[in-house]
Design a protein around this ligand. Sequence first.
Ligand code: BDP
Length: 710
Amino acid sequence: MRPRRLLYGLCLAAGLLLAPLIARAEDGYDLWLRYRPLPQAMRTEPRIPGPPSMSSSPALDLAQGELQRGLSGLNPDEPGLDAPTIELGTPKSSALVAGLKLPLKDLGDEGYLIRTLADGKTTVIAANTDIGVLYGVFHYLRLMQTGARTDKLDVRSVPKVRYRLLNHWDNLDRSVERGYAGQSLWDWWRLPDVKDPRYLDYARANASIGINGAVLNNVNAKSDSLTAPYIAKAAALADAFRPYGIKVYLSARFSSPIEIGGLKTADPLDPAVRAFWKAKADEIYKAIPDFGGFLVKANSEGQPGPQDYGRTHADGANMLAQAVGPHGGIVMWRAFVYSHEQPDDRAKQGYAEFKPFDGQFAENVIVQVKNGAIDFQPREPFHPLFGAMPKTNLGLEVQVTKEYLGFSTHLAYLGPMWEEVLKADTFAAGPGSTVAKVVDGKLHGYSRTLMAGVANIGTDRDWSGSQFDQANWYAFGRLAWDPEASSEAIARDWAAMTFSPDRRFTGPAVAMMMGSREAVVDYMTPIGLHHLMGRSHHYGPGPWVSGGERADWTSVYYHKADKAGIGFDRTASGSNAVAQYTPPAAAGFSDLSKIDEKDLLWFHHLPWTYPTRSGRPLWDELVTRYSRGVRSVEGMQASWATLAPYVDPERHAQVAIYLAIQRREAQWWRDASVAYFQSINGLPLPKGEAPPPLPLEAYERMQFPYAPGI
Ligand code: BDP
């Protein structure tokens, strides 16, 4: 044998030997779309459908392929002769669907029906559009993956929110601001020539949860993204995503007319500036005919904006809206604005700057509002703008990446956090005026609705930096589709699809997930405290952070602890931020007898001796909660250990290691916070509470110059 042949033979033999081992290793790449064989008792073995009877399209081919892939993975046995059959399509693509005269009218462009026909043997997945069919297929497969009955189906689903977008804070050098899952997926350097197959996997995963748009670049944007070479790169991504129903959007830097347009100004009322944006929009739409539109962070944290020219947010947003409007595009204008030159409570600034302009934004503008008035903290009361702008489309922005909840190594399922906000009552049109009803447009009749999630996705094999962080991506998509969905039901689906549908697994796993965010709140920012993390990288505790370039980036600005007490007085005796809410909502926050203690120190400055509802004085309650958080993590560790029989060793081990990190860091948060606040109040610890093992200075001295995500 010639040496090359020999080498080839050896490699082949080694490959064959190793293949079963490699195939068994699970690294999380498959997400919730694993399609591993179901336990025998759950199998139904439907007959895999043939190609569409009348016409096809890329999306329909994908739907067909996905169904085949799912069914043959989940039910590897040959279907029996009397196996049920599945028909999928639109009235245009399927003669059966056309003939059935199904009630498709109200399904719109994205909804679908899944129905078992009277013969009890045929199930149709039908929609008005091919993408609707694809969504229906993913729903059908989810039912199978979670072990639900599929023999008598009557499902109808229509998204309640029109724009369901991921916001990638990805930079052109492939770093990701606040990203903890590796580099950016977008290989800007090699695009547009090299089209990483992972772009398709990304799009497929998003389609499976109904996400229909991606903002490709960081809100702290560079103008380069709008130059011809980068438009071509974005167009290549748009081509990859299109069959999956995903449009691309770009963050636009407001000063681009100066930086890449050769103008002296970016004043939105200047005719040359308006002409620049119009020409830029035309150029983009030429390359990407279904381009979604622009996302803009203006006049916030040093970003340029219309106020630099004495103009308003409405002036800026409307100018861009006019440029993309003729092409069907939208502008998402962020309400996350605040300035350290403004002495008033930072929590009040978004409302103060936007509320006066209600009704002045163009119809294709959506003002994008973070869930709370400060900044993605582990817990914030809902943003006062919700319910306050009936004449302006408002969208909700949440952070899927866990900048403030332990990066990727803490297990925190964010579904309950978003559900808490979505269920919060604004009382804008009487009781029941929830944030969900504002966001889905029902309350005020918005013409455009939006939910945006700051993505937690990167080049890590498991996409999100941890197995359980995939659940946050998943839950975001599901809640954007239906903001009134139950985060617990979503967690159950995810756990079943991602690990095992066995109830002995999903029961404890879902319990862990549902308690996990509250655990983080306990060990980081209990009882309404907020913004206590390390400076700039935001890793670990930093309640002592003070001084520096801006007060509103310190911790002492927010906790206001002194010898006598702690908390931010946002009632009438303090900043009166509470007055930005409707009177009934405000009363619920300012009245000490009514307020939920979870928000107590967000709105009130109270003495350390203040009697909390547990009967403990405030200081004792605070310490108790810090320690409770650490114990909750120990509980998760114990629970996870018992779940080993249901999870492949690779993923089980990764989660266990991360939980050990979380346990250690929860203790660190508790100890450092207790040491700091005790240095301020000089009070003894409640009985049974261990003193922090290190002196305060030791915690303060810790430096993390290489923390990820900056
Ligand atoms: C903050 C992040 C910062 C973002 C900012 C934003 O620390 O990196 O630029 O939000 O939303 O939480 O613009």
